[in-house]
Design a protein around this ligand. Structure first.
Ligand SMILES: NC(=O)c1ccc[n+]([C@@H]2O[C@H](COP(=O)([O-])OP(=O)(O)OC[C@H]3O[C@@H](n4cnc5c(N)ncnc54)[C@H](OP(=O)(O)O)[C@@H]3O)[C@@H](O)[C@H]2O)c1
Length: 235
């Protein structure tokens, strides 16, 4: 992990999408490392070592209010993402396309734009894509296109917003609420089946992903990078 323990002490970290899953694990780990953490989202699923601020990633005004309330941001992490199906071309609707891109691509960019006036010059933004950005197959259209576009946008912003650093974490399959309720039979079965097909023999845990976000925040030489944390799923 990070070579400098407590590197987040007295730093402000905003996690948009931090109410559950990977974002919540980032919020916990950043708080453990001494950061003042702000969890932004449409709802506060549970209390934690952070301050919750309501924000919808599709609503620029709500983002502006939340970032204004924080006042100064050292690191912005965006993990918000809608639950997206896997329609093939003949099943694809404009509504599904719009919702997917509105949240993950347009939302991430509007969030970065609204945070920018408050973002420290030595700060960072870390977005979240997903392994299908570079892995292709029937039913992957929505996820591949939106995640590939987000990775391209982040690389562009790494140059445009320099010296601020901009990176992406690309998760493989991670056992989170995205897959359903914690002990739902469908989620357990999917995790076991998918995990068995991965080189590491299991799916990922949110805390394993959180370490990648903290690495992206803490490593001053890392920008324009996509960190694949996927148990070998891209291979
Ligand atoms: N878990 C995986 O296997 C996996 C694999 C590849 C990529 N990813 C990506 O990783 C990211 C995090 O996923 P996760 O597994 O942690 O899923 P998750 O637990 O469902 O977290 C997604 C978060 O996004 C929030 N969100 C959704 N729409 C929002 C909106 N309009 N405004 C603000 N917040 C919104 C959700 O909260 P509310 O709905 O309560 O607002 C939720 O807290 C997503 O971008 C996902 O696509 C995950």
């Amino acid at each position: 992990m990070n070579a400098k323990p407590d590197f987040l002490r007295q730093r402000k970290v905003a996690v948009l999408g931090g109410a559950s899953g990977i974002g919540r694990a980032v919020a916990h780990l950043a708080a453990e490392q001494g950061a003042e953490v702000f969890v932004l989202g449409r709802s506060e699923a549970e209390a934690g070592p952070w301050r919750y601020l309501p924000a919808d990633i599709t609503d620029a005004e709500s983002l502006k209010r939340a970032f204004e309330a924080i006042g100064h941001i050292d690191h912005l992490v965006v993990t918000a993402g809608a639950r997206v199906g896997s329609p093939k071309l003949d099943e694809l609707s404009l509504a599904a396309l719009s919702q997917t891109f509105e949240v993950k691509l347009f939302g991430s960019l509007i969030a970065a734009q609204q945070a920018l006036p408050y973002l420290a010059a030595d700060g960072s933004i870390t977005f979240t894509s997903g392994l299908l950005s570079r892995k292709y197959g029937p039913g992957g259209l929505l996820k591949s296109t939106v995640n590939a576009a987000l990775e391209a946008a982040a690389k562009n912003l790494a140059k445009e917003l320099a010296p601020r650093r901009v990176n992406v974490v690309s998760p493989g399959v991670v056992d989170t609420e995205l897959w359903g309720e914690a002990d739902a039979a469908g989620r357990l079965a999917a995790m076991a089946r998918i995990g068995a097909g991965l080189p590491v023999g299991r799916v990922g845990r949110p805390d394993e992903l959180a370490e990648a976000y903290l690495f992206a925040m803490g490593n001053g030489y890392l920008t324009g990078a996509v960190l694949d944390v996927d148990g070998g799923g891209l291979l």
